[in-house]
Design a protein around this ligand. Structure first.
Ligand code: URP
Ligand code: ZN
Ligand code: ZN
Length: 463
């Protein structure tokens, strides 16, 4: 099966150039001018004249079907990946949720294969999750690598938070294995103290969710984990959903001091929404951790992206219905499940809010949403780049089209979008995975279960 995408503006982190792309049996065969003359017999020809052709988006922070104890995310691996596909994301790496206390790492891996394998419509991998640290868990990190899980997550807050000695042990082991340790950074004790203080004072409206998780509670944990990684010999450390200026300053300082192997992710919501949302009547929609911040933080994050201090933009897609699960928090923010949707909105928001508003270049978009995620998480050069030998995962964007983002256009199971009414400059015309069209004109065209599990490779170098 041959597919030819002709005349598009191909985008890589370094270049934007007009060319044709020929995909044969799912893999990019060649890129060049006038390929139609040579390969006129392609089974399908798509004219992308005047449009951008990007590598398929890679979202390395989702939580499909996650059970957070007080609720279950409403997107499973089918609805969540259909949403991703329609939004130009062709690969996800999902953070597995917690299993029963004391369970081995493979317990969750088995559970998650059961949740995803027959449902995912795009390619997918999993990050491990460390719930406790002992010899057997440390040994298992190695066998997880053999099963394609080259990254694991450590939470510094929530029910299964890991203390500093455990963090150090995981960092050392993962360094030895050439794996990536991802951290949810918040100072657990500060957050719990403030939640109680506000709760006891009857301050239970959504805005107190933000006030109980201040910038410094995140930045303290970021600084601590960076010190621990340095103590572990510059072990690779990946900060998930970095949301504020002070955390970014901690990262910049560590790098200035010569620390290597620091990777930073932010998410679309921290670049586009402020904590003012918590004061809206539907403020519960935005309860997530870390919380939304201020305009000053947003500005710092955009600058950090452009400067290369932040390498990846993901979403932390973790949707709960506003009309149902989110209402558990209507009298007390502490009872509201944390998390919000975003997997479908990420690529077009980065394009419209970032590229079209001159905050980042189109090349930077590709770098942070496609190429760097593939490099850090062991999928490059199969994923994240348009080059011969890479999978034929492409997104065609029409920069001239204008639209307004509404929940009606979305494809996931959740009952809202955090970005309702946003004016968008640009539109995703077509999305392809391994040469097959999986979305066109905002209509899903893929198949349940067509996504492949990705055995991700060890992390062997710099970006
Ligand atoms: O509020 C959030 N972010 N929920 C999902 C779990 C996490 O912390 O990433
Ligand atoms: Zn988190
Ligand atoms: Zn998360």
């Amino acid at each position: 099966m041959k597919t030819l995408v002709k005349n598009g503006m191909i985008v890589s982190p370094e270049d934007t150039y007009e060319a044709d792309v020929l995909i044969e049996d799912g893999v990019i065969e060649c890129i060049g001018k006038n390929l139609e003359a040579k390969f006129g017999d392609a089974d399908k020809v798509i004219d992308a004249k005047g449009k951008y052709v990007l590598p398929g988006g890679i979202d390395v922070h989702t939580h499909m079907d996650i059970d957070v104890g007080i609720a279950r995310a409403v997107d499973d691996f089918y609805t969540g990946t259909v949403a991703a596909a329609c939004g130009g994301t062709t690969t996800i790496v999902d953070h597995m949720g917690f299993g029963p206390a004391g369970c081995p790492l493979h317990h969750q891996l088995d559970v998650y294969h059961g949740l995803a394998d027959d449902k995912a419509v795009i390619d997918y991998g999993f990050h491990g999750v460390v719930q406790h640290v002992d010899e057997s868990i440390l040994n298992e990190l190695e066998t997880m690598m053999d099963d394609g899980v080259q990254s694991t997550k450590v939470y510094m807050t929530y029910g299964y938070k890991i203390d500093d000695d455990g963090i150090l042990e995981v960092l050392k082991k993962m360094k030895e294995l050439h794996g990536i340790t991802a951290f949810h950074c918040e100072n657990h004790y500060v957050v719990e103290h403030l939640k109680k203080e506000y709760g006891d004072a009857g301050k239970t409206a959504p805005i107190y969710h933000a006030k109980s998780r201040p910038n410094l509670a995140e930045a303290e944990a970021v600084r601590r984990v960076l010190y621990l990684a340095k103590l572990a010999g510059d072990a690779p450390v990946y900060i998930v959903h970095l949301s504020c200026k002070e955390s970014l300053e901690a990262v910049e300082e560590a790098r200035r001091n010569g620390q290597k192997n620091i990777f930073v992710e932010t998410c679309t919501q921290y670049l586009t929404l402020t904590e003012d949302r918590y004061k809206d009547p539907d403020g519960l929609k935005y309860i997530m951790s870390p919380p939304l911040r201020t305009q000053q933080d947003l500005d710092a994050l955009w600058k950090g992206l452009e400067a290369g201090e932040i390498q990846i933009v993901a979403t932390d897609h973790c949707p709960f219905n506003y009309a149902k699960e989110k209402q558990d928090g209507k009298d007390d923010f502490r009872k509201c499940p944390n998390g919000a949707p975003g997997v479908e909105e990420r690529m077009i928001l980065l394009f419209s809010e970032g590229v079209m508003k001159n905050k980042i270049s189109i090349n930077k978009l590709v770098e942070v949403a496609c190429t760097n995620p593939a490099k850090v998480y062991g999928m490059y050069p199969k994923k994240g780049i348009i080059e011969p030998g890479a999978d034929g995962d492409l997104v065609i964007i029409d920069a001239d089209a204008k639209q307004t983002l509404t929940h009606e256009m979305m494809h996931g199971a959740v009952d809202y979008t955090s970005y309702e009414g946003t004016d968008l400059h640009g539109k995703i015309d077509l999305v392809m995975q391994r040469g097959n069209i999986i979305a066109e004109n905002n209509e899903f065209k893929g198949n349940r279960g067509d996504g492949k599990y990705l055995y991700r490779k060890p992390f062997l170098g710099d970006l």
